[in-house]
Ligand binder design. Structure first.
Ligand SMILES: *Cc1c(COP(=O)(O)O)cnc(C)c1O
Length: 458
């Protein structure tokens, strides 16, 4: 399998190279040259373990890693999870796929554990090194840190706005004491962190000389790892209901998680619909209902990991929507860049159905599910369940993806239920007792650069 860009201006590239590339060099997103059809294989996958299934799903996309090595990378990545990493539970009339049993209790672990091990493998083969630089407002930072902690050829520098991420999120990052992990608490906002990151990546000499890399949500390997659990969910459903066909509801921010469902569907998994659930930052929900994709100002909600202004993975879907026509896609993206808006005439979309969920609806969903089903949802997962129930008509089962453990957002759970003792997890409860490591700096590019130069060991 070779990879190309949605904007059409890179030459066909191997998997290992696109993993290191992240964003395509022509500014587009990386996509596989074709999407493998697995219809003739699905039946034989029904009883595989999660790592075995992951191997089968990923293999057609990866031609430049031996089977033995790929199996090893996958096994290592999911060894940090329980034996069933993504259990399916019937909660009300809808099912919930629990994706929060990884090391940082959020679904991003599925992709970032895999990406960390892939980096390690590729760097070893090439006798090379990587310095990862990232900015986080919360969740991605800890999952990225856990993905690469202790890895020899990798350093990771994660900036967060000092005292502006939740205490739990801060502790999840700063209690990782490995030598290759650097937490930088900047006196400023998340935007300041992001701007510094952009400036440093634009410093091409610095970037090249020190092998600066990112772990952002557009990395193809992250999307690929997420395709697996759609198959895994369908097989679990089949064991209880006798049928594999499902509707999936996905709490959506950057469109990475739900895009994986789109690929699963194109590969041949029987997905009736993908329900796209957003919070008040509803650019995607508005698009699927009107055909117009336009930015508005960011709102801070109870589900911060879905507070986005533009959805970084959306361009991949648009590429398929315009018939894999890179030129057409380029002109749409230019229109969007110039005007903050793009539109698709007569949008005819049968797979995706989208809806937003506001703060009150989110809180109500958490409290109702606790009272009626003794099931605790975190605010992100509650948005998925809200939309799942809104469209559920009982004919085809709906599986809602649960993206974070409620203990990560215990303050919201308390607000919804009135009880502060419900949302707990031993890993979260012990965070206040652990040692921490971080540095605080003024939010200035040159200070961050100096700090990195001082710490770089390769
Ligand atoms: C990142 C995240 C999301 C959104 O996923 P996307 O792939 O960005 O759409 C939802 N819930 C949680 C808890 C997250 O961390």
């Amino acid at each position: 399998m070779k990879y190309i860009s949605t904007r059409g201006n890179i030459k066909p590239t191997n998997f290992q190279d696109v993993v290191l590339m992240g964003l395509a060099d022509d500014g587009g997103l990386i996509i596989p040259e074709s999407i493998p059809d697995v219809n003739d294989k699905i039946d034989s996958w029904a009883n595989l373990s999660y790592p075995e299934l992951a191997f089968e799903v990923m293999k057609p996309f990866i031609s430049d890693i031996d089977d033995v090595d790929l199996k090893h990378i996958i096994e290592k990545s999911y060894s940090a999870f329980p034996k069933n990493p993504a259990p399916l539970k019937k909660v009300s009339e809808v099912y919930v796929l629990e994706l929060f049993h990884g090391p940082t209790l959020a679904f991003k672990d599925f992709a970032l554990q895999f990406l960390g091990n892939l980096f390690e493998y590729i760097l070893e083969k090439r006798d090379s090194h990587l310095n990862i630089l990232g900015a986080t407002s919360g969740d991605t930072g800890s999952a990225a840190i856990y993905g690469v902690r202790g890895k020899e050829r990798i350093n990771i520098f994660i900036m967060h706005p000092h005292n502006r991420v939740s205490p739990i999120q801060e502790r999840q990052m700063t209690t990782v004491l490995d030598d290759n992990v650097y937490n930088l608490a900047l006196d400023g906002t998340f935007d300041d962190c992001q701007n510094i990151m952009k400036e440093l990546f634009n410093d091409l000499e610095f970037k090249r000389e020190y092998n600066l890399g990112a772990v952002n949500s557009v990395n193809w390997a992250r999307v690929l790892a997420q395709i697996v659990y759609y198959f895994h969910a369908s097989f679990q459903l089949e064991k209880t209901t006798g049928s594999r066909e499902a509707i999936f509801s996905v709490p959506t921010g950057n469109f990475g998680d739900i895009l994986a469902g789109y690929y699963a569907s194109k590969m041949g998994l029987p997905i009736k619909n993908l329900l796209l659930a957003t919070n008040e930052n509803d650019i995607l929900s508005r698009f699927f209902n009107t055909g117009i994709y336009n930015t508005s100002t960011i709102r801070h909600t109870l589900s911060p990991s879905m507070d986005i202004q533009v959805a970084s993975n959306f361009e991949r879907y648009l590429y398929y929507l315009v018939g894999e026509d890179a030129e057409k896609l380029r002109s749409l993206m230019n229109e969007f860049k110039d005007t903050g808006s793009l539109s698709i005439e007569d949008l005819d979309e049968k797979l995706f159905i989208a809806s937003a969920c506001n703060k009150e609806q989110c809180l109500k969903t958490i409290s109702t599910h606790w009272q009626e089903n003794s099931y605790l949802l975190d605010p992100h997962s509650a948005i998925g369940v809200y939309v799942a129930e809104k469209f559920n008509n009982g004919s085809i089962p709906t599986i809602s993806l649960s993206t974070a453990h409620p203990a990560k957002f215990s303050a919201v759970v308390e607000k919804a239920t009135g009880d502060s003792s419900l949302a707990t997890h031993p890993d979260i409860d012990q965070l206040p007792n652990l040692d921490t490591k971080m540095v605080t700096l003024n939010a200035e590019e040159n200070l961050v650069k100096e700090f990195m130069l001082e710490k770089l060991t390769f």
